[in-house]
Design a protein around this ligand. Structure first.
Ligand code: 5GP
Ligand code: ZN
Length: 122
């Protein structure tokens, strides 16, 4: 992994605008490092996005110093899943790059639940 620091915010980034409040989102979760909010185009009865407040474009662009933050996002997703009573299970997805289907270039976890998930994904 590279060690050059990530920028704190990216001016044209949709999710940075959600973090700073320029674009509204209903925060179901917030801590010092991350927020969680509903996906605008839900693919399951529960479909939330968990993002770092700091701009990181994708897992592919994450730096060695972001390792703890990425673990934090996973733990936040598990905490939200407990709060949302996803007791029968859920899926966490991190689309990365064009082949991964990533459309918003600010690292995010999809937390999907409330229905049975198929495998393999499309
Ligand atoms: P990706 O395709 O990059 O993995 O996921 C981006 C997600 O962001 C998509 O599921 C899309 O529906 C969601 N999204 C795009 N624009 C907005 C928005 O303005 N607000 C919210 N809450 N979600 C958005
Ligand atoms: Zn951003």
């Amino acid at each position: 992994m590279k060690t050059k620091p990530n920028a704190a915010a990216s001016p044209d980034c949709l999710f940075c605008k959600i973090v700073d409040g320029t674009i509204p989102a209903s925060r179901v979760y917030e801590d010092e490092l991350s927020i969680g909010f509903p996906d605008i185009n839900p693919q399951a009865p529960t479909h939330l996005l968990i993002i770092p407040k700091q701009h990181i474009a994708s897992t592919a662009k994450a730096l060695a110093e972001d390792t703890a933050l990425m673990g934090h996002l996973m733990a936040a997703a598990a905490e939200i899943a407990r709060k949302e009573s996803l007791d029968d299970g859920y899926r966490i997805v991190v689309n990365t790059g064009d082949d991964g289907g990533q459309t918003v270039h600010h690292l995010h976890l999809h937390l999907l639940g409330g229905r049975h998930m198929k495998w393999p994904p499309g």
